[in-house]
Design a protein around this ligand. Structure first.
Ligand code: PLP
Length: 405
């Protein structure tokens, strides 16, 4: 029987992480994992989150009961408000929010739902080219077939907007279109607000279903409202959608697996009954998969999002993270330009969010790892959060050395 089970391929991110841990070189630099590090290269517990943990401590000692199947409602409501920017009463009839196992669990739950309830032949799922490495496995695992739409131009290092719109128009009517709401992973390139408006129009005229993935709200512009523009605009345009929302990055709750799946129905007299039917099926799926979602992260997030002082202080924490990342981008670009490294490095600062899509090819990335002990994804994606004032020059020297080799 054992021989019937082939080995699964090792996970790229976690494989590199193990290799990095085993690397004995003192200068080694980890630019793989999409998690914020402070300027000492250490994981950072957001000060507002640390305060919420203190506040929750006594309650936690009194109560470790199960949450409802749909999760902690004070958290879900605040999470929806953060994304959609309107009061619960304004959206009551059109949406339902569900606590999930972080952003990945939200994408998974939405994918399983679509796979189960959309009529055969099941619509295709369109993902940006390139996209987060886990999108293809999550959607295919749910029994859906994926295709890519054009997104990033390797020549211009900008959004290939015409190509994107063309592919959305050419996709069969009623396709599922996965859109990253802000700070696109891995490219750091987002549509502008007017481009989002055109994307929404195309989605409407093609009858597509929008599946937003929002893992970096607050990381693109540092402004939570601006970073959820696309989602709010689609909501106002009456487009039916799922929104997978993660608090891993913006609250630094990576290991607590804190997220939500929001379902938004088309407006109209049927909306309320559609929402109730979808919610009942999501409940049933959630119950069979995880029974109820985890307590701790949701309680902490709820405290931060619902408390006036904490939620205000949180903006300061977001600024600390995004400003440090921006500073590292500027220093890396400046140093590469100073060294005269062949190529144009302006994209390091024009790209946004946690990642830089450096344009380094696979063999350059390999040489960075083997010769310089600098780790990044083979696609050339660098987690800028892994740079700090001690290693940024070293990384620039390493890149300078490997380019063109
Ligand atoms: N979506 C995107 C685009 C991501 O980059 C990530 C994490 O890197 C996620 C979803 C899921 O994150 P998590 O499951 O930690 O919330």
């Amino acid at each position: 029987r054992e021989s019937l089970v082939p080995f699964a391929p090792a996970d790229l991110h976690y494989g590199l992480r193990s290799e990095f841990m085993a690397d004995k070189c003192l200068e080694k630099v980890n630019l793989v994992i999409g998690a914020y590090r402070d300027d000492r290269g250490q994981p950072w517990v957001l000060p507002t989150v640390a305060q919420a943990i203190q506040l929750y401590h006594d309650d936690a000692l009194q109560n470790q009961e199960y949450l409802p199947i749909a999760g902690e409602q004070s958290f879900c409501k605040a999470a929806a408000h953060l994304l959609l920017g309107c009061e619960d009463s304004d959206m009551q009839n059109r949406k339902f929010s569900f606590q999930t196992i972080s952003g990945t669990g939200a994408v998974h739950l939405g994918a399983v739902f679509l796979s189960k309830f959309l009529a055969v032949p099941k619509p295709l799922v369109y993902l940006s080219d390139p996209t987060w490495d886990n999108h293809v496995p999550v959607f295919t695992h749910a029994g859906l077939s994926v295709k890519h739409y054009q997104y990033y131009s390797t020549e211009t290092r900008l959004l290939n907007f015409e190509g994107m719109i063309q592919d959305l128009q050419d996709a069969p009517r009623g396709s599922i279109i996965v859109l990253q709401a802000s700070a696109h992973n891995p490219t750091g390139v987002d549509p502008s607000q007017s481009q989002w408006e055109q994307i929404a129009e195309t989605m409407k005229s093609s009858g597509h279903f929008a599946f937003f993935d929002c893992a970096y709200q607050g990381f693109a512009t540092g402004d939570l409202m601006q970073d959820s523009f696309a989602v709010r605009h689609f909501f106002q345009q009456g487009i039916e959608m799922f929104i997978a929302q993660s608090f891993s990055k913006n609250l630094g709750l990576y290991g607590q697996r804190t997220g939500c799946l929001h379902y938004v129905a088309n407006p109209g007299s049927e909306a309320s009954s559609t929402v109730q039917r979808v919610a009942s099926q999501l409940s049933s799926l959630q119950r069979s998969e995880i029974s109820t979602p985890p307590l701790y992260g949701a309680k902490i997030a709820s405290l931060v999002l619902n408390d006036k002082t904490l939620s205000k202080d949180w903006l300061g924490d977001l600024a600390t993270m995004s400003e440090r990342i921006a500073k590292m981008r500027a220093e890396l670009q400046g140093r590469l330009e100073e060294l005269g490294t062949p190529g144009n490095w302006r994209h390091i600062t024009t790209q946004i969010g946690m990642f830089a899509y450096t344009g380094l090819n696979e063999s350059e990335v390999e040489l960075l790892r083997t010769k310089w002990h600098v780790y990044m994804l083979p696609s050339g994606r660098m987690s800028v959060a892994g740079l700090n004032s001690r290693n940024v020059s070293y990384v620039a020297d390493a890149i300078h050395d490997v380019v063109g080799k």
